[in-house]
Design a binder for this molecule. Sequence first.
Ligand code: GUN
Ligand code: FE
Length: 453
Amino acid sequence: MYTKVFLATAFTSKSPKEVDVLKDCLFCIDGEGLIERIVHPEHADYEKVLDEYIHTDVFQKIEAGSYLLPGFVDLHVHASQWAQAGTALDIPLHDWLSTYTFPSEAKFADLDYAKTVYEDVVSTLLANGTTTALYFATVHKDASVLLADICAKRGQRGLVGKVVMDLVQECPDYYRDADTQTALQDTEEFILQVKEIAKTTKQGVYPVVTPRFIPTCTEEVLAGLGALAAKYDTHIQSHCSESDWAHQHVQQRFGKNDAQALNDFGLLQDKSVMAHCNFLSDEDAKLFAETGSAIAHCPVSNAYFANSVIPVARFAEMGVDIGLGSDLSGGFSPSLYDNSRQAVMSSRMLEDGVNPSVPADERGVNDSRITIAEAFHMVTAGGGASLSLPIGRLEEGYAWDVQRVDTTIPSSRLPIFDPNEPLLDVLQKIMYLARPENIREVWVQGERVHSRN
Ligand code: GUN
Ligand code: FE
């Protein structure tokens, strides 16, 4: 017995460059919210399954003009920074952190305030089609647990990190871990509490070991966090080689790039996701591929804070898992549609040979060009592979994490006027033009968690 059966036309990424169109298929969901079976119209069982379910209340026909896409995976989002999204994007990263971001994040000591912001950001991301999010919270343990709890209750697949920043010289007194031991102890307690919350959910919530970035962390805390991640087999996230300033800080302190330094502390492993990676050398990228670490590519944020485009096509070719991150609020938009569009546009800006005034070895511009199909891959299957979770694809054994995009909304319709328009062209229009109004239903692990009339 299936718990849900959908008759729909859907898109899923087959490989970084190829999209599979699943036309008029039956998607059969099991009790755990996984896709148990996809029946194509040509299959001998199609009529049988259809007859069996069509008159039951677990059957849903997705009407013409609506299409199913995998839910999007946001690999890098500061939930707390939703409160300051859209402000102060015209100043350098270091000033932005100390003038705006640390004071704003410090407010999350107040749990009522944290609840208001966190409930809103989780709802906002779901309304934008984001079914899984890898979140930075703040340094506060209790507010970070609260974010995991809100994800659990709203049905979003949240991977949540209590931020660690303990290096006194780089962190303000009003906003940092009290000391190294407290940072490690709070992180361990946080991991255990989130694992308890996870037991109450169908979709899973996950604790994530989260050194903010090397410049705000002591060596002792970085090593301790690597050990905690190994002890509890958690995901790990941080910022890696983002800006000139951060990159140079790590070079001066350790005489090596971020990737090598993070690896030395046990922070690069299969479940690691590192944001930005603008200054990743090919050697660093090789280290990512060898350790199974992933890149959270944040194209909107990179345009502001790093003036940079990373060669995602080349890194993907080297075997590195890559997904997209909104980087709220270094990136102003909570939408991974916006970030997919920017990923393509940025990749076209500094292509090799197009702008000879920018030295290729400084900005990593070679082989940067990608298509919207590649952005679709990063935001779905690439994100799932980066997290080592069975999400981001419409395939048997994967979670039913899905968004229904309605192209026929009055005044927000997509420009599809020919009923015989090729379906791959329809997907391109969706990726370039869909807005939250078009996202009519969202499911996570088989449960509907968002709908819009
Ligand atoms: N590096 C350290 N902290 C941050 C942050 O909050 N945002 C971005 N974009 N980079 C960072
Ligand atoms: Fe960030």
